[in-house]
Design a protein around this ligand. Structure first.
Ligand SMILES: [Zn+2]
Length: 51
């Protein structure tokens, strides 16, 4: 789960980043950037993190 580093909203989604790579946009505070926070709570199917 990704969330906004500014407002902590989960209402964030990837947009086409062009040459600089993946960019995310927060619908809540209009933050846009490649840096987002990630939480690992919950289980993601098909992915096991043992470390
Ligand atoms: Zn935000």
């Amino acid at each position: 789960m990704l969330y906004c580093p500014v407002c902590k909203s989960r209402d964030i989604f990837p947009v086409a980043g062009g040459y600089i790579g993946q960019v995310y946009l927060c619908k809540n505070c209009k933050y846009r950037g490649s840096f987002v926070l990630e939480t690992d709570d919950g289980d993601e199917p098909g992915e096991n993190k043992e470390l």
